[in-house]
Design a protein around this ligand. Structure first.
Ligand code: ADP
Length: 484
């Protein structure tokens, strides 16, 4: 296998700055690619606040890139850091990236997001060109880096050391396409001759994801099922036809996890470590979670859990619709998440009614997330669509049985009890309705009360191989096929 020089360009990466699954992937897939012998560098914005909160030290590279954007000549200093052997280059521009949020204030988006990320894209290409040797692969992620393949084929096509690179574009979520008013084209110098139906024009607006779909060498999505689904009107977010035109370069590669980081045998955030064949610690984790939440401590009460952005996509309305019934049946429910203000308000009201059975933490808290993955019995993901989903992988890794809607990556990664009683790692439901979700939860609770059956499912979940090994090989093969 050839040893390639690969550059990941992305808007977030764990453990430096994270809002969701994108960061998990960008922070972990490069490690697996490095194990295969490739050289990988990750380039992202220098989010001064988030990176310092994560306790990560950075060094100035004593280099800066000059870049024009929106009538202003900017000087962008470069910083670097190495985390667990993986090199990051960070682009400084404090008025744009040193803010409280990565994409916006809670529940919103910054108005100048196109300026923020287009500047980032251009400086990232310049930074890639500063690396030793030629770059073979530039791997971009989601709308924030969608313009990069187009820039590389137009304004950067003669740029030494990066011009020959092949571009891979991964769609982590087609619902967020980066759509902005067309007047930004001139303000940011975006190649206007591609502002048409075959290019990045979308209802007279700029669509960053369309730019990537048109110009990249390969498109991937984060699960095989989602790669199929986005070609249909139901899941295509109005781009199904356009994606269909480019379907020859589309494939799905399922996400993995950093299984060293997400390991109940070593996780220092949980009260007692455990794993397959050493399950006693999980009981202690459940007890700890029940105490933290102010619930009755009992191994017999089913503990339902959910860790999620509160958004339409995630089916939070289906969850809320069932809470009263679940409280009546005596279940306990822990919710960690933030987002939609109406969902937050409804959950807060429900907590006031059921303080001994329902716990809601509004916000982002990774330490608590780990305690919940460890302490729960059942993990809920009633998503309307789910490109891959990492929550269910983390839940299985911690022996918490997922109940998921059979869509996208949830279908691909959770083996349904109703399909295979021997191989099951969770339970699927199909219809995006509160009633169908409730039936699946009921089945899970019924199985929970049959200790030998439950232990069988839980052990399968715990032992599931969610590592990056197989998927990193698939990415590696894809990169090589583009270069051959
Ligand atoms: P998304 O669509 O949000 O990217 P994923 O399931 O792919 O959904 O990934 C979500 C990631 O973010 C997981 O690592 C999950 O544990 C984490 N996460 C989501 N919400 C929170 C929260 N409120 N606090 C801590 N971690 C969270």
């Amino acid at each position: 296998m050839a040893k390639l020089s690969i550059v990941f360009i992305a808007s977030e990466a764990a453990p430096l700055a994270k809002t969701g699954g994108l960061a998990d992937v960008v922070g972990s897939l490069p490690h697996a690619l490095k194990k295969l012998g490739h050289r990988v560098t990750v380039i992202m914005p220098f989010y001064r606040q988030q990176i310092s909160d994560a306790g990560i030290e950075t060094r100035s590279m004593k280099l800066e890139v000059e870049m024009w954007a929106d009538g202003q000549q900017r000087h962008c200093p470069l910083h670097k850091t190495t985390v667990d052997g993986l090199d990051f280059i960070l682009i400084e521009q404090d008025d744009l990236y040193a803010r409280d949020g990565i994409y916006g204030p809670p529940g919103g988006a910054y108005e100048d997001n196109l300026l923020r990320f287009l500047l980032f894209d251009r400086v990232a290409l310049e930074a890639a060109a500063l690396l030793p040797g030629n770059t073979d692969i530039i791997h971009c992620h989601d709308w924030q880096t969608g313009m990069i393949p187009l820039l590389l084929k137009t304004q950067y096509y003669h740029h030494a050391k990066i011009a020959q690179a092949r571009t891979v574009y991964t769609i982590h979520n087609l619902a967020y396409q980066g759509v902005f008013p067309a007047d930004w084209i001139h303000r940011l110098g975006i190649p206007s001759h591609h502002f048409n139906a075959e290019g990045f024009e979308f209802h007279d607006q700029i669509n960053c994801m369309k730019a990537a779909i048109e110009s990249c060498d390969a498109i991937t999505t984060v699960s095989p099922s989602y790669a199929q689904e986005i070609l249909t009107p139901e899941y295509g977010s109005a781009l199904e036809g356009f994606l269909g035109n480019h379907a020859a370069k589309l494939s799905g590669i399922v996400n993995g996890l950093d299984i060293d980081d997400w390991d109940p045998l070593t996780d220092s955030n949980i009260v007692e470590n455990y794993g397959p064949g050493k399950i006693a610690g999980k009981k202690q984790c459940k007890k700890d979670l029940q105490e933290r939440c102010g619930f009755e401590v009992s191994a017999k009460i089913p503990m339902l859990t959910i860790i999620s952005r509160l958004a339409e996509q995630k089916g939070i309305d289906l969850l809320i619709a069932n809470i009263e019934a679940w409280m009546k049946r005596g279940y306990q429910l822990v919710v960690l998440g933030s987002g939609d203000a109406k969902d937050e308000e409804q959950l807060q009201q429900l907590v006031l009614k059921h303080p001994k059975q329902l716990f809601f933490y509004k916000g982002f808290n990774e330490g608590l997330a780990r305690k919940i993955y460890a302490g729960g019995d059942i993990f809920l993901m009633p998503s309307r669509f789910e490109p891959c989903g990492l929550g269910q992988l983390m839940a299985m890794r911690y022996g918490t049985v997922p109940v998921v809607r059979a869509t996208g990556g949830l279908r691909d990664t959770v083996t349904d009890y109703n399909d295979s009683k021997t191989e099951a790692t969770g339970i699927h439901f199909t219809e995006a309705t509160a009633a169908a979700f409730d039936l699946a939860v009921e089945q899970a609770v019924e199985l929970f009360h049959k200790p030998s059956v439950w232990s069988h499912i839980r052990t399968h979940a715990l032992k599931r191989d969610s590592s990056w090994d197989a998927s990193a090989k698939e990415y590696s093969q894809l990169y090589e096929s583009l270069l051959s």
